[in-house]
Design a protein around this ligand. Structure first.
Ligand code: DSN
Length: 426
């Protein structure tokens, strides 16, 4: 059979790029061969609108099995009472929850995008900001931490119907208990989007949102190290938001509403090959090896944040509780934008993303910060001792950002370093 060499040659170049570079994008990771195999399997051929045992198509007996396995493993991983594994992405998981809990025009509150929040948490260019009425809470300028007192003040004044915890560029843990108290004062739903720290939460290294939130969404491809996709879960400890009904009844009612929010509310046929890969990834996340991996991710991030501080960078909130850190370049290099740093580092095979920092004066396209994370390099096998070396590469490049002769020198060192951490059996 003829292969499409055009496409496969490009894929090969991407494989080489991933192998030889330092991947520091906080939301990326490298999946196992088994996750990859499930994703590229015959499950992609199957239509399965509906849910296990209740499909709109025949021949679903085997995709029912993998989807049920994914649900059961995910529930075990987080101690959830209900889970939906069909969302195609984190943004779509959020969209399904909003569709379920809000009506168009309803007010909800999330972390401001420029303070670390996510596009799907109320940005004006996303459906969350177009269909609903978003208001924002912020981090404190001094500490870089979420300001819960101000959040409460805004919530009591504005009375949003839903409060959303979670971020894509916030390095500290969340006080879900306090947020639940705030939500309860105004009868709001509390939702957490744990797309970034999900893996750390699953193994108990961060606070558990399922204890306090009515609903929790996540992606599966960041710290969870699964295929690209989304999930929705409910924990068992939340108080009954529907008044008199029994807890079992509430879970039944809400879960069926959330299921409908995903299909048919926002999606058609589920990606059963991705769901099979999710099942594999959740199985992996239930192992001791994964817990050790998560501990290493966190420890690497702590050491890396410290190394940046020692080089004179301002790390927002002075450190990290999770897998990422946000660096404000303005203290050390007020003239250099995040965009310029991102574009220069990539020439030396170091991949990061520019990011706005709280109270940024630049646009998101220029940005004054860098977001750096350790999940991918930790999967490659890197340990604490490698973190200062990486920070030194980055610091050398930024300190001499217009020196084109430096680029091949650092690139060579990066490529030699990564050759010591081989990956990809396939
Ligand atoms: N979740 C975002 C990130 O953190 O990279 C992308 O939407």
């Amino acid at each position: 059979m003829k292969r499409d060499s055009k496409v496969f040659e490009i894929i090969e170049k991407e494989r080489q790029r991933q192998m030889s570079g330092l991947e520091l994008i906080a939301s990326e990771n490298f999946v196992s061969d088994e996750v990859m195999e499930a994703m590229g399997s015959v499950m992609t051929n199957k239509y399965a609108e509906g849910y296990p045992g209740k499909r709109y198509y025949g021949g679903c007996q085997f995709v029912d099995e993998t989807e049920q396995l994914a649900i059961d493993r995910l529930k075990e991983l987080f101690g959830a009472v209900w889970a939906n594994v069909q969302p195609h992405s984190g943004a779509q998981a959020n969209m399904a929850v909003f569709l379920t809990l809000l009506k168009p025009g309803d007010k909800f509150m999330g972390l401001d995008l420029s303070h670390g929040g996510h596009l799907s948490h109320g940005s004006k260019v996303n459906s969350s900001g177009m269909l609903y009425d978003p208001i924002a809470y912020e981090v404190d300028e001094e500490t870089g931490m979420v300001d819960y007192d101000k959040m409460e003040e805004v919530a009591l004044r504005e009375k949003p119907k839903l409060i959303l915890a979670g971020a894509s560029a916030y390095s500290r843990d969340w006080d879900y208990k306090r947020m639940r108290e705030i939500a309860d004062k105004i009868g709001a739903f509390l939702m957490a989007d744990i797309a970034h720290p999900a893996g750390l939460i699953a193994v108990g290294l961060l606070n558990d949102p399922l204890k306090y939130c009515h609903v929790v969404t996540s992606t599966t491809h960041k710290t969870l190290r699964g295929p690209r996709g989304g999930i929705i879960m409910m924990g068992e400890d939340f108080e009954n938001p529907f008044g008199k009904k029994t807890m079992k009844g509430v879970v039944r009612k809400m879960s069926s509403l959330f299921d409908s929010g995903v299909f048919p509310g926002t999606q058609g046929g589920p990606l059963e090959h991705v769901i099979a890969a999710k099942a594999v990834a959740f199985g992996e996340a239930l192992t001791k090896e994964y817990k050790d991996y998560m501990k290493q991710v966190k420890s690497n991030a702590e050491v890396m944040a410290q190394a940046f501080v020692e080089k004179g960078y301002h790390v927002i909130s002075e450190g990290t509780d999770n897998h990422l850190m946000l660096i404000d370049l303005r203290t050390k290099f007020p003239e250099i934008t995040g965009r310029k740093v991102e574009n220069t580092l990539v020439l030396a095979d170091i991949t990061v993303n520019k990011n706005m920092v709280p109270f940024d004066t630049r646009s998101p396209f220029q940005a004054s910060g860098l977001r750096v994370g350790t999940p991918a390099i930790t999967t490659r096998g890197m340990k604490e001792e490698h973190m200062p070396v990486i920070v030194d590469f980055i610091d050398q490049m930024i300190s001499d950002i217009d020196n084109e002769e430096l680029i091949p020198k650092i690139k060579k060192q990066v490529n030699e370093m990564m050759a010591e951490f081989p990956m990809f059996a396939w």
